[in-house]
Design a protein around this ligand. Structure first.
Ligand code: FRU
Length: 488
């Protein structure tokens, strides 16, 4: 049995080992020390955005899961709060896994997956905690047991509740695994508004995996945007990648359709990858008071966890992104708070790019925001290198003949180059290729074609001095470019 002081120990440890801001990204959320994965409880409470996350303070690798905690008012400046949950009761002794948060009366309600040892194995059940935005009290027993699933379900894969409220009722949407081994999403309701610590009720199966998108579906999220309902899932172990839209491994997807509310079927009409890069998983969304649907994800991939030995922290969150439609495409752009921080440094108009690497005065850096429009003309290929220096770089290149985009981190200082390249089909938008690149010390995020596609990658092995940016092409073309510093 874990000691009751597990939480106090984590809080003392993180206070003592708190990483200074110079050794963190400038505007991306990371743990104060140790490891983080999934964002949890991404929500609004008492005028602040709250980010909890899967957290192991004592090492830069996954371990017994705690919930780390940070808040922000602008999505760019993060304030660390003390560790919120620790695995310190029999029902969550093997870890406090992912879940959600919501305001309930004047308190903050957390619903998370408690992992409990059972013989040689573990079971997963949903546990509740209430608090004031900083300190939380756990309900004495789980509110959703693995038995409360349709027949034949796994007791071990039953996790990651997403909390939402509709018509005054609290609901939890979670991932489970049916008898055929495939993932499915299950909806539960709380029938006791005066005391949510009562057992919750099974409502319906919201969606089932037919085997074409991975196996287990982790970390569901649900929202309606301009009349269309979106179910967000993180499928584990995808083995098919038709047309390279998805990749094999752990991926993310938006299932787009319609839903009339609890008790009615979700009608799936389309699906769309949420990120075409190398590092993105387990995203959650929230609705801001001014009506924006903002998504944040873990900017990492389970297949790419290689912390350096001397790292103080490992694992970062993506930039929060606003979701919007363009026709039927679910698009993303950085939160507008980032736009407000931009200060134009240099711009180039009609700049020719040729076969040899082109560098431009004032175009360099590892913390910046840059927009580029490519006029392809005769070009068969176009590329941009960033983080260049000391024989290292990362690269995004576009094969204009076959419409393939390549993200290439093979020369960025890692030692697993077979995992460092991804190829995806590019969505055409008129004759232009449009790109927005956001760099923040240890990462690059690309918003392509007005946000129709996004591609994220971490850059842990490029020294910060490697800040060169250059361009190359095959065949003549020219670019327009605006590069912004960020006043943060
Ligand atoms: C997804 C995930 C979740 C689980 C958590 C454990 O990345 O596997 O399903 O709750 O990580 O840390």
């Amino acid at each position: 049995m874990k000691q009751p002081n597990t939480l106090a120990r984590a809080r003392a440890y993180e206070a003592e080992h708190h990483t200074p801001s110079q050794a963190r990204p400038v505007f991306h959320a990371v743990p104060p020390v140790g490891w983080c994965n999934d964002p949890n409880g991404w929500s609004v409470y008492q005028g602040r955005y709250h980010l909890f996350y899967q957290y192991h303070p004592y090492a830069t690798v996954w371990g017994p899961m705690h919930w780390g905690h940070a808040t922000t008012t602008d999505f760019l400046h993060w304030e660390d709060l003390p560790c919120a949950l620790a695995p310190d009761t029999p029902m969550d002794e093997a870890g406090c896994y992912s879940g959600g948060a919501i305001q309930w009366k004047d308190q903050q309600l957390l619903l998370y997956t408690g992992v409990q040892p059972e013989g040689e194995d573990t079971i997963q059940q949903q546990c509740l905690a209430l608090g004031d935005g900083r300190d939380y009290r756990k309900a004495p027993s789980p509110v959703i047991l693995p038995e409360e699933q349709p027949a034949g379900a796994s007791r071990k894969d039953f996790r990651d509740p997403y909390l939402f409220e509709e018509g005054g009722v609290l609901y939890a949407l979670m991932g489970g695994r049916g008898f055929n081994g495939h993932g499915r999403l299950l909806l539960y309701a709380n029938d006791h508004p005066e005391d949510p610590a009562h057992r919750w009720r099974f409502v319906q199966v919201m969606a089932e995996n037919d085997g074409s998108l991975g196996s287990m579906w982790e970390c569901p999220n649900l929202f309606t945007l301009d009349g269309r309902t979106v179910l967000v899932i993180s499928p584990q172990f995808t083995r098919q990648a038709p047309d390279n839209r998805y990749h094999c491994g752990n991926d993310t997807a938006a299932l787009i359709g319609s839903w009339q509310g609890p008790g009615t079927p979700f009608v799936r009409q389309a699906d769309s990858p949420l990120d075409y890069g190398l590092d993105f998983y387990a995203p959650q969304t929230l609705l801001t008071p001014d009506g924006r649907r903002v998504m944040i994800g873990w900017m990492q991939n389970w297949d790419h966890c290689f912390p350096e030995e001397d790292a103080a922290w490992y694992g970062q969150m993506s930039l929060p992104r606003e979701l919007f439609w363009q026709g039927d495409a679910l698009c993303q752009r950085p939160v507008r708070e980032l736009d407000a921080a931009r200060r134009l440094r240099v711009q180039y108009t009609g700049q020719p790019v040729g076969e040899s690497l082109l560098t431009l005065d004032g175009v360099r850096g590892r913390v910046l925001d840059c927009e580029l429009q490519l006029h392809p003309e005769e070009a068969r290929r176009f590329g941009i290198r960033f983080g260049c220096g000391e024989g290292r770089w990362a690269e995004l290149r576009l094969d204009l003949e076959d419409g393939i985009l390549r993200l290439d981190r093979r020369h960025a200082g890692g030692y697993h180059d077979l995992l460092e390249l991804r190829e995806v089909p590019l969505t055409p938008v008129g004759d232009l290729f449009k790109l927005r690149m956001v760099l923040d010390r240890y990462s690059a995020e690309f918003f392509l074609q007005d946000g129709q596609q996004v591609a994220s990658m971490t850059l842990y092995n490029l020294p910060q001095e490697a800040d060169g940016i250059s361009f190359f092409a095959k065949g003549s073309c020219h670019i327009d470019l605006q590069l912004y510093d960020l006043a943060l």
